[in-house]
Design a protein around this ligand. Structure first.
Ligand code: ADP
Ligand code: ASP
Ligand code: MG
Length: 410
């Protein structure tokens, strides 16, 4: 009997009818002769609503209590889904992350999973139950509930698939798989049959919301093949697997696999910093100390022994970054700190880049032809990203998608 982990995201659980549909899909999978572990997210926008509720009480909530609050979202889904399955005369048991044996480190709000203790789940499965597990949550060494970062139910599905040695890991959402770009923005985006872990990691890390980056990292590490597919159709979705397996299946290798965008960044510039050793070290180590991740960085050439440094951070860190930079600017007698909130990052991702020069040139040429100004550039082995004005974002994505030949053939 095969063991299948099925994960359903919040958009698949947003109301009672959707919950019932999810229940029937789980039961169908069991009736097809499988053992089923279902991982669920909080219904609809519950997690965002919980964050807003906390924000009305305090702008600085204790992290432990934040996790207690956020964990309640997924508990709504597990209990309601178990009730829906019960109405369909099937046996299921709901478990919180801690009950399911998911053990994490001590970091609240972005814990890392350390181990899965599969005893309880295995015992329930052996008694013919469907097991429903609350995604996004785990037990930490202090015995507290903790959460795994936004989109963390994907990670729960992957760690359970690895820990239970499942035969398949299916991640269901409101789209049919991984597309060449977000199908909500570009109507003729194409569903990919396969995508490598590395490309998926770069796409997830640069804005494609469909899977949490960390879940892809862990899937790669443990060789968990993910099937990303839709709750609302029976169609085959996208297989996320190793580059070697894709080669063996002789899939045509795309030059570029996808275009992503991210509006969740802001750009800071510190103007007229002294051109002396240690300035960059001071800025970025101070930001790191207060937990701020910096993404793209550029430093201008020095003029009159002064230069400017620009970089991007996540939008939610704007206030914290501004306060820190004001202190650093006054220490170094810089003339100004400027924050531009109207930027977007667009990226082109593809393993084909490793063996094909000229992707960057082509990207810049496509943007230039449409009169889109590039404010910052960064590259990795299989990704090129540019910061542009947010007003140009949709146009840039559409043109790059077309320009790299990713649109559906008419
Ligand atoms: P869930 O609620 O199931 O966790 P998410 O909202 O986290 O689902 O992710 C699914 C969404 O990801 C889709 O609705 C789609 O708009 C968005 N998305 C962004 N980029 C892509 C892409 N390249 N392929 C597919 N979906 C994408
Ligand atoms: N509910 C959590 C979130 O919104 C986890 C998840 O959906 O995967 O981030
Ligand atoms: Mg998600």
């Amino acid at each position: 009997m095969a063991l299948v982990v099925m994960k359903f995201g919040g958009s698949s659980l947003a109301d009672a009818d959707k919950m019932k549909l999810v229940a029937s899909r789980i039961i169908a999978k069991k009736n097809a002769g499988n053992k089923v572990v279902a991982v669920v997210s909080a219904p609809g926008d519950t997690t965002d609503e919980l964050l807003e509720m906390a924000d009305k009480i305090t702008s600085n909530p204790p992290a432990r209590e934040m996790d207690v609050l956020l964990a309640t979202g997924e508990m709504i889904s597990i209990s309601l889904l178990a009730m829906a399955i019960d109405t369909m005369d099937e046996k299921s048991v709901s478990l919180t992350g801690p009950q399911a044996g998911i053990l994490a480190d001590i970091n609240y709000t972005r814990a890392r999973v350390k181990k899965v203790n599969p005893k309880k789940i295995n015992s329930l499965l052996s008694k013919n139950n469907i097991v429903i597990v609350a995604g996004f949550q785990a037990l930490n060494p202090k015995g507290d509930v903790t959460t795994l970062g936004r989109g963390g139910s994907d990670l729960t599905a992957v760690v359970l698939a690895a820990g239970l040695e499942a035969d398949s890991c299916e991640i269901y959402s409101d789209v049919e798989g991984v597309y060449t770009t977000d199908p909500r923005l570009v109507k003729d985006a194409k569903k990919l049959e396969y995508i490598s872990y590395d490309e998926m990691l770069e796409m997830a890390g640069s804005g494609a919301q469909i899977l949490q980056s960390r879940s892809v990292e862990v899937a790669k590490k443990f060789g968990v093949e993910i099937h990303a597919r839709s709750t609302f159709s029976e169609n085959q979705g996208t297989i996320i697997t190793s580059e070697e397996k894709i080669r063996r299946r002789k899939m045509e290798e795309l030059f570029v696999s996808g275009i992503t965008f991210d509006k969740n960044q802001v750009k800071f510039t510190i103007i007229d910093l002294p051109d002396i050793p240690g300035v960059a070290a001071k800025i970025f180590s101070s930001l790191a100390k207060i937990g701020i991740n910096v993404d793209m960085i550029i430093q201008s050439a020095a003029v009159n022994k002064k230069n400017d440094i620009s970089f991007t951070v996540s939008r939610k860190e704007t206030k914290k970054t501004q306060i820190e930079l004001d202190k650093i600017a006054s220490e170094f007698k810089a003339s100004q700190v400027v924050c531009d909130e109207h930027v977007a990052k667009i990226s082109v991702v593809g393993i084909g880049m490793k063996s094909n020069a000229g992707v960057a040139g082509k990207m810049f040429e496509i943007l230039h032809k449409k009169g889109i100004n590039i404010e910052m550039i960064s590259t990795s082995e299989i990704k090129i990203s540019c910061i542009v004005d947010e007003m140009d974002m949709a146009k840039a994505v559409e043109e790059l998608h077309k320009g790299f030949g990713l649109s559906k053939k008419k």
